[in-house]
Design a protein around this ligand. Structure first.
Ligand code: ZN
Length: 479
């Protein structure tokens, strides 16, 4: 009732002002609008109707709801290509960090239809989607007992020709079901040969899907050689390649590896990458990454933190927890290097977020605000517009060849999806740390998903769940 009357009143005002157009559902007025596609960076009013951006205007607009964004930045909602934690609790933390689309593209799903069916059944605050994953597929085909990541045959067992053909069949099925990409974690499946990886890349290539890979595998001398190996497999398979977390995979070689990627792009190769802004990574202690743990120098154990208790590890406790299985945080990179990698023009921002029962890695809660607060504002190592492009337009473009709907995300322009963030560039900051990773970021005033506020006045809106599945067109096979 009140809403109808307000609309009539607003309509009357608009009729008076602009001669007949109906008012928008929502208007964001007075904010500094940054659109990385057009390069727009100016004060504008944004009119939103039916879940889309209807107008970006220099003149005032009328709306049923008006958000005053004076002094604030208005940008496309952030698209995170790498999020393992796909639960309502984590969507809340991601929304407070400005994320409007959360995608699990590295590990991915073995059964894509089942993954979407499970998620479609639960109201979601933000948009979500998944790749079909080589890791879960290899675990199913080789009967690995591991939880989430391989710890047995899928890590260390060679696959027969028949098993590789079965993996190809399952990956194709996942793509037919609308998987957004193909995920790989060669570091977690070191027994997979270059031929097997190239076959997986072939499935991605034939379907216009990018291969999102955690580089590694056996027989590579160092991180750069692993990158070259992944690029060669992608070339053989005709797939676009996206290298996940350059910060943790590249570490001390990351800057050199970014040069390698830039040179490949110069030769016309479709290779992209991402990073998260933290000195530490996190993974499962029983995974194949640590198969050589018994041979480490004593001080190396102390660089590992057991997530469940927060304790730093020793040789004895590392062995005990590895037998038990669970999440471990690994401190690897100096802060300056991480800042340099995450500020590099080629790296998209992606969190690799995951948390369980409030314990995990702070990147889950703070990745985007951390880049905006610490790297843009405090260190000045990149501009606000550059940072926003790495969070919005670049990830949208990575996916839009396979998911046409992504061409309407990551932009502030007429006709784009109204996934929009409004934040205070002077206050935006991450608050989560390694001991308290579930603390939301500060400085987001409003977050819209499909035009619906999921954060308002810096707080989650109770019950707001406009999130939709992001999914490639289904059933067509080749695209
Ligand atoms: Zn990951």
């Amino acid at each position: 009732m009140g809403r109808v009357r307000r609309s009539i009143l607003a309509a009357a005002l608009v009729f008076a002002a602009c001669g007949g157009e109906s008012p928008h559902d929502l208007v964001i007025t007075g904010g500094r609008v940054i659109d990385p596609e057009s390069g727009l960076d100016a004060v504008r009013s944004v009119g939103i109707s039916d879940g889309r951006i209807a107008t970006v205007s220099e003149s005032p607009l009328a709306g049923a709801t008006v958000v005053d964004a004076t002094g604030l930045v208005v940008a496309p909602g952030f698209i995170d290509l790498h999020v393992h934690g796909q639960t309502p609790e984590l969507y809340d933390l991601q929304a407070m960090d400005g994320v409007t689309t959360s995608l699990e593209l590295e590990v991915g799903a073995g059964d894509v239809n089942e993954w979407y069916a499970e998620h479609d059944g639960v109201p979601a605050r933000i948009n979500y989607g998944v790749s079909v994953g080589h890791i879960p597929t290899r675990m199913a085909v080789l009967d690995d007992p591991g939880e989430f990541l391989p710890s047995g045959s899928a890590a260390n067992g060679a696959a027969t020709e028949q098993q590789i053909a079965e993996m190809e069949r399952r990956l194709q099925a996942g793509l037919d079901q609308g998987a957004v990409a193909v995920g790989l974690g060669w570091a977690y499946t070191p027994a997979a040969t270059a031929d097997e990886i190239a076959r997986v890349m072939g499935v991605a290539g034939r379907n216009g899907a990018a291969a999102h890979i955690h580089i590694g595998g056996s027989g590579f001398a160092d991180a750069r050689a692993s990158l070259m190996g992944a690029m060669e497999a992608a070339r053989r398979g005709g797939a676009a390649l996206h290298v996940v977390h350059m910060n943790s995979s590249g570490a001390g070689m990351a800057m050199e590896m970014l040069d390698t990627i830039r040179a490949a792009q110069g030769r016309g190769r479709d290779v992209t990458t991402e990073a998260y802004p933290y000195e530490a990574g996190m993974t499962r202690i029983e995974s194949a990454l640590f198969d050589d743990w018994e041979a480490w120098e004593p001080e190396r154990y102390a660089r590992h933190m057991w997530v469940a208790t927060g304790e730093r590890l020793t040789r004895a406790s590392f062995g005990r927890y590895r037998a038990e299985g669970g999440e471990v945080i690994i401190f690897t990179n100096p802060p300056e290097l991480v800042r340099e990698i995450a500020s590099h023009p080629l790296t998209m921002v992606a969190s690799d977020g995951f948390m369980l029962d409030g314990r995990g890695h702070p990147r889950t809660s703070g990745t985007f605000a951390r880049v905006l607060g610490r790297y843009v504002r405090e260190a000045g190592s990149l501009t606000l517009a550059e940072a926003i492009a790495k969070m919005t337009l670049m990830p949208a473009r990575r996916l839009e060849g396979r998911v046409p709907g992504m061409a309407n995300k990551g932009r502030i322009r007429e006709g784009a999806d109204a996934d929009v963030v409004v934040f205070d560039p002077e206050r935006i900051i991450d608050r989560a740390d390694y001991m308290n990773p579930a603390v939301p970021s500060e400085g987001m005033h409003v977050v819209l998903v499909g035009g619906i506020p999921v954060v308002r006045d810096g707080r989650l809106v109770d019950g707001a769940a406009p999130g939709r599945a992001v999914r490639a067109p289904t059933g067509s096979g080749e695209s």
